[in-house]
Design a protein around this ligand. Structure first.
Ligand SMILES: Cc1cc2nc3c(=O)[nH]c(=O)nc-3n(C[C@H](O)[C@H](O)[C@H](O)COP(=O)(O)OP(=O)(O)OC[C@H]3O[C@@H](n4cnc5c(N)ncnc54)[C@H](O)[C@@H]3O)c2cc1C
Length: 348
């Protein structure tokens, strides 16, 4: 095989700072980084990685990931955020894995339904939203997907498979995709196509999102894009519903978009019955700093990168909280963010 013509060589950029691909703004240089635009390109890459024995790491916007300071030299980092597509399939919407979840709220708004409002300003792409079963208040991504399309990376043919949402073992921040080496390609939503106007608006929104270029994983830029879109819809007579105004107030109040972060670091322990952020508050750990990282003074479950933090700085504070919660409240809090290992190892 001619290595120079291989998919990895053709589709990967070399020596790319992962910090630019994470809302944390943290991560060393990736030797290989790919942004496939189609599922065919993705399959080609995976086949080539398998042939060459190279590990890969699949991700979306990087809003729930802590990349390592020294990424594995042979790991191929693959972001699906260029696989952004919204398609009306007869009466149903198909949305691909790289589409930002927040775009779905606008699709719903134009279609006259409030079922997607909760995705407004929820960072990240749909593929990871399904993988993590992302949520806001009582609503979760599993409430809005009908059929999920995916690749089983252990299947030599890498053919596209589908699974009904009912079989996806969705639970609080859990899905079947965390239990298998499967990559989500997209999903049919439960949302029906309501009008030609909705189809046209979906195309415009997607084009505007793509026109932002390389889609930096910057939270202020994410926030200003969606704020701009909601204002422009309001200018066309589509009023912003109260739920979305409340989301703006909540997320700006908690300073979600002011500093690089990955949102909540830990899951809530519902058996214990008190939110992790509240426990951190009770432990007086809010505002604790280490290196360039700080436990948010506004939200005990967020660790911010406020001054060129390293992954090691964030991990130090994660361990500090873990030990303090264990000692004081008797359980080990489960991380919500995904800590990407330094060593080369096949991983979703
Ligand atoms: C300010 C802020 C606020 C947040 N608020 C919330 C909130 O209210 N609710 C909430 O649920 N989350 C919240 N999050 C976390 C984040 O929005 C979600 O976890 C989101 O689903 C992550 O999407 P992503 O594309 O950035 O995933 P990434 O961070 O890129 O990846 C996360 C995980 O998903 C896996 N993955 C990614 N794409 C795929 C795929 N196509 N197939 C299989 N696996 C895949 C990755 O391997 C990784 O393990 C917040 C984050 C931030 C920064």
């Amino acid at each position: 095989m001619n290595v120079h013509n291989s998919a990895v060589e053709r589709l990967c950029r070399r020596n790319v700072p992962l910090a630019k691909f994470s809302t944390y703004g943290i991560g060393g240089n990736a030797n290989y980084l790919a942004m496939p635009e189609t599922s065919e390109e993705l399959a080609e890459l995976l086949q080539d990685c398998k042939r060459r024995g190279m590990p890969w790491f699949i991700f979306g916007m990087g809003s729930n990931i802590l990349f390592p300071d020294e990424p594995g030299r042979d790991t191929v980092f693959i972001t699906l955020k260029n696989m952004a597509e919204i398609k009306a399939n007869e009466d149903r919407w198909y949305v691909s894995a790289g589409t930002p979840m927040s775009l779905l709220s606008l699709l719903g708004l134009v279609g006259g339904t409030d079922m997607l409002d909760f995705t407004f300003l929820l960072p990240g792409c749909l593929g990871a939203g399904i993988y993590m079963n992302a949520k806001y208040n009582a609503q979760q991504i599993c409430d809005i997907v009908d059929v999920v399309y995916y690749i089983d990376t252990e299947d030599p043919s890498l053919q596209v498979r589908s699974i009904s949402a009912e079989d996806c073992r969705f639970a609080y921040k859990q899905s079947i995709f965390q239990q298998h080496p499967w990559i989500v390609l997209g999903a049919d939503l439960k949302l029906c196509v309501s009008s030609e106007e909705q189809v046209r608006t979906a195309a415009v929104l997607l084009a505007e999102w793509k026109a932002r270029g390389s889609h930096p994983s910057s939270l202020p830029s994410f926030f200003s894009f969606f704020l701009g879109e909601i204002h422009s819809l309001a200018g066309r007579g589509i009023q912003t519903p109260q739920t979305m105004l409340d989301i703006i107030r909540y997320r700006t109040g908690k300073k979600h978009f002011d500093y690089p972060s990955c949102g909540s670091v830990f899951k809530n322990n519902y058996d214990y019955g008190v939110a992790t952020g509240f426990l951190v508050d009770k432990l007086n750990l809010k505002g604790t700093e280490h290196g360039g990282a700080i436990i948010s003074p506004h939200h005990g479950n967020m660790i911010l990168n406020y001054n060129q933090a390293t992954a090691a700085d964030v991990i130090y504070l994660i361990n500090l909280i873990t030990e303090a919660v264990h000692k004081e409240f008797g359980f080990v809090p489960e991380p919500e963010i995904v800590l990407v290992e330094e060593k080369d190892k096949n991983s979703l």
